[in-house]
Ligand binder design. Structure first.
Ligand code: MGD
Ligand code: MGD
Ligand code: SF4
Ligand code: MO
Length: 750
């Protein structure tokens, strides 16, 4: 059979690597890194290379399935799409009619952020469902950063990224890009870029309770106590003020409000005051601050470890406070804002001020947790399902998510889902979560999807644009994911099972076009929307909307206004991507705060500092705390059914320091019981001094041996669900983000 080659961006993690796909007919047989990719230059990790195995996985759902019976009596039946939608149309609107729209809850998982269909049409599905009970993986992930960025800069995705390729000094807290390949910092081959930073004489400092591979490749590793990053960063701020070395730089100085407030807030957090809590001595803290201030350019970057903890928003905020105070925000080599080609809310030419962000417009029914950007904490899901009363969730829609393994108190959520009146999932597997669904609608294989990283290119360390067309057509039994979403939305709107899919699709793009022609200063301001829609008439689905976004975006062709500008056609002609250059300063244009300035001391954040002070005063607790970890060959909960990635040494083990092991009489390889306030798991132990004493580490996303889980390979490497140990009541107050790291646990021989 003839071989052909196609290019596409890897959809599996945030690194957006270019893949060279080798196909025999429509069959994917080999994946290589695309050496001509403008961003990734041939980089590839084992997950990308395993894409053929994922596409061919016999356990993948190929047709919709409908469940009858529950638990041990459940049976699953493959059905045609018509029948699947008929079942949904019979049961979902019935829940809405009887109990109102809030009786339907939605959970959107991580792959949704890597999926153009979900980013464009998923929003329409949420609108169609019309529920306030929206949950996503964001509140077990980056919500604190979105809150701090929203309050400081005026929009939740105005998140500064470290200018890794040009910086002289990088301080990383709570991220391990040697395993994760980076997050909120889109940078293919981030490890290689860190090595290049050191090779050109730069300095890399890693703050992590574990000596990770990233820490091993750094100039310095600071083994902090979990959950204390806000204290450490505050002490660095304190030092900068005490030294008189605060210098915002001429580029930024006049655009920042609140510097004095921050100075006063930092007063109680002297290095000596925080050192015992952080487990980092005062001299080290002072030196870390001074090195940052002295470096020609520097950036501080915090990720999962700084977000999914008790003071997630404060730590996320302080990361950027330090960037500002050292003069490194918004300048080359510092922490900068991307100018993406499409999909940004801050690339219009209307300058600041803006409306800013408002948080806590509603509170959750059961515990009164505030919403953030339209979502309630994922940690509230189980109680909203099980607590009777008005507004109780009685049906769930899950899209590309596995919250039973990825959100707090997974065991409670598992039980809650089992008691729903109705559940529908869009997924590719019947796993720990989707086994509770009455209907699972299978997303089609990657090869059928067009791909553009609408979300991740907003956080890239270079301005890039790369579109991958579908590699093959849908087979007869496959349905585009955007069409699945449109159909599901139509059913929720009471439009039945035969909606006019193209009319709904066209409406989505029409809304974008209408906005663009009325946006002052846009490259199509005042144009006739009909004319623009005509130019998009040959496109369908997410591509139609994407083309509109690209053409009206900051590099766009403005539908003829700039013949050299970007459009989807230009990206189609450049299969290795288009490099739009290094990051450029964006202050003040990017600012959308009501003041039109950088808010260094937003009110709600200032108010939260009292909570941190209380923590500083509380006596140190003896005993162990649990943190997570990631592995290069794994991807949250869902790539464990690919044998080449899971085989070998067991991955789901508890890392325990030799001193802590000796104190408990635990030997390497023994099974221990790890118990927290919310539950217990039995897991094999790996004794290692890569964790600091007092800290144990267990990866999340495992525990695949449940009843009804149709993952043949993963079942053999089941592991345990670490989120059984995550209490659902521990949240970062401002963002509603779950505290997944720094959990008090006890470990004893099982
Ligand atoms: N303890 C602890 N818990 C954590 C974390 C941690 O560090 N520690 N990390 C958190 C983080 S950062 C995240 S992002 C979350 C992830 O939380 P989730 O998003 O809930 O979990 P995933 O494992 O990413 O599940 C992805 C689901 O999408 C399905 N899927 C894959 N491809 C597609 C597709 O193309 N279409 C559709 N429709 N479905 C698809 C998979 O089968 C799987 O069911 O976990 C969080 N949980
Ligand atoms: N191979 C692989 N790649 C992935 C994923 C995956 O599951 N596997 N998941 C993807 C997703 S959804 C995301 S969000 C990103 C996450 O990307 P990263 O943020 O790089 O995630 P981790 O590798 O979990 O690194 C977090 C680090 O924080 C440390 N840590 C824990 N608690 C604390 C603390 O209190 N303070 C400090 N300073 N550090 C702490 C942990 O020891 C860990 O090394 O990775 C993405 N890429
Ligand atoms: S690093 Fe991420 S984007 Fe790159 S090949 Fe691996 S999984 Fe895909
Ligand atoms: Mo994530």
């Amino acid at each position: 059979m003839t071989r052909r080659v196609a290019y596409r961006t890897c959809p599996l993690c945030e690194a957006t690597c270019g893949l060279e796909l080798h196909l025999e007919g429509d069959d994917l047989v080999l994946v290589r890194g695309d050496r001509d990719d403008v961003f990734s230059r041939g980089f590839l990790c084992p997950k990308g290379a395993a894409l053929p195995k994922l596409e061919h996985d016999p356990d993948r759902l190929r047709k919709p399935v409908v469940r009858t019976g529950r638990g041990a009596d459940a049976t699953w039946r493959e059905v045609e799409w018509d029948e699947a939608f008929a079942v949904i149309a019979e049961r979902l609107p019935a829940v809405i009619d009887a109990h109102g729209r809030d009786a339907v809850g939605v959970y959107v998982g991580n792959p949704g952020a890597h999926n153009l269909a979900s980013l464009v049409h998923g929003r329409v599905l949420l609108q169609a469902l019309g529920t306030t009970n929206v949950f996503t993986a964001s509140t077990v992930d980056q919500m604190p950063k979105q809150v701090s960025a929203g309050l400081m800069f005026g929009a939740p995705l105005s998140i500064p990224v470290p200018d890794v390729d040009r910086t002289d000094h990088l301080m990383i807290l709570g991220a391990n890009p040697y395993e994760s390949n980076g997050s909120l910092c889109t940078a293919p081959d981030l490890p290689g870029r860190l090595e290049a930073l050191r090779a050109r004489g730069g300095r890399l400092v890693v703050v992590d309770p574990r000596r990770t591979r990233t820490a091993e490749h750094a100039d310095e590793h600071v083994a902090i106590r979990p959950g204390t990053d806000a204290l450490l960063l505050f002490a660095m701020v304190h030092t900068l003020f005490a030294d008189g070395s605060v210098d915002l730089g001429p580029h930024l100085g006049e655009w920042v409000d609140g510097v004095e407030v921050v100075r006063d807030l930092a007063a109680p957090f002297a290095p000596e005051a925080v050192a015992p809590a952080c487990g980092v001595d005062a001299d080290t803290i002072r030196r870390l601050a001074r090195e940052l201030a002295a470096a020609p350019t520097a950036a501080v970057y915090g990720r999962i470890g700084t977000c999914t903890q008790e003071f997630g928003t404060l730590a996320s905020w302080l990361v950027d406070v330090v960037n500002v105070l050292t003069g490194n925000l918004d300048r080359p080599g510092g922490a900068m804002f991307t100018l993406p080609a499409a999909g940004s809310s801050t690339t219009g030419s209307v300058p600041a001020p803006g409306r800013g962000v408002r948080l806590g417009r509603r509170t959750s029914r059961v515990r009164g947790a505030p919403e953030a950007f339209g979502e309630y904490p994922a940690a509230c899901m189980a109680e909203e399902i099980t607590t009777p009363g008005d507004g109780q969730i009685r049906a769930m829609v899950t899209i590309a998510g596995n919250p039973v393994l990825s959100t707090p108190d997974g065991a409670a959520l598992d039980r809650a889902l089992a008691g729903l009146d109705f559940m529908v999932s869009i997924d590719i597997y019947r796993n720990e979560t989707t086994r509770h669904a009455d209907v699972i609608l299978p997303a089609p294989p990657v090869l059928t999807k067009g791909h553009y990283d609408l979300a991740l290119y907003q956080l890239a360390i270079r301005n890039v644009a790369n579109y991958s067309p579908p590699v093959r057509e849908h087979a007869a039994h496959e349905m585009a994911e955007w069409e699945i979403m449109v159909r599901l939305g139509a059913i929720a709107m009471g439009m039945g099972t035969e909606p006019d899919v193209d009319a709904i699709d066209t409406m989505i793009t029409r809304q974008l076009v209408d906005k663009a022609v009325t946006r002052p200063g846009s490259n199509v301001e005042g144009r006739d929307p009909e004319e623009l829609m005509e130019a998009l008439a040959t496109r369908r689905g997410p591509e139609k909307a994407l083309d509109a976004m690209l053409r009206t975006g900051p590099y766009g062709d403005g539908f003829g206004a700039d013949p050299d500008g970007l459009s989807l056609a230009v990206l189609e002609a450049n299969p290795h991507g288009v490099d739009l250059g290094p990051l450029v300063p964006r202050v003040p244009d990017i600012l959308r705060t009501p003041s039109g300035r950088v808010e260094l001391a937003p009110e709600s954040i200032v108010a939260d500092v009292a909570r941190l002070q209380t923590a500083l005063a509380r006596p140190a607790r003896d005993g162990l705390v649990l943190v997570g970890r990631r592995d290069l060959r794994s991807n949250n909960s869902w790539m464990h059914n690919v044998e080449v990635l899971v085989k070998g040494k067991a991955r789901c083990t508890l890392h325990l320091h030799p001193d802590d092991a000796a104190a408990r009489g635990v030997v390497d390889g023994a099974t221990v019981r790890v118990a927290s306030a919310s539950g217990a798991v039995d897991v094999p132990v790996e004794i290692t001094d890569t964790v600091r004493p007092g800290v144990v580490s267990l990866p999340h996303g495992w525990g695949h041996d449940g009843e009804g889980v149709a993952l043949g390979v993963a079942r053999r490497y089941a592991g345990v669900n670490s989120n059984v140990l995550t209490p659902a009541d521990a949240l970062d107050a401002l963002s509603g983000n779950a505290v997944l790291n720094g959990i008090a646990v006890e470990v004893a021989p099982a």
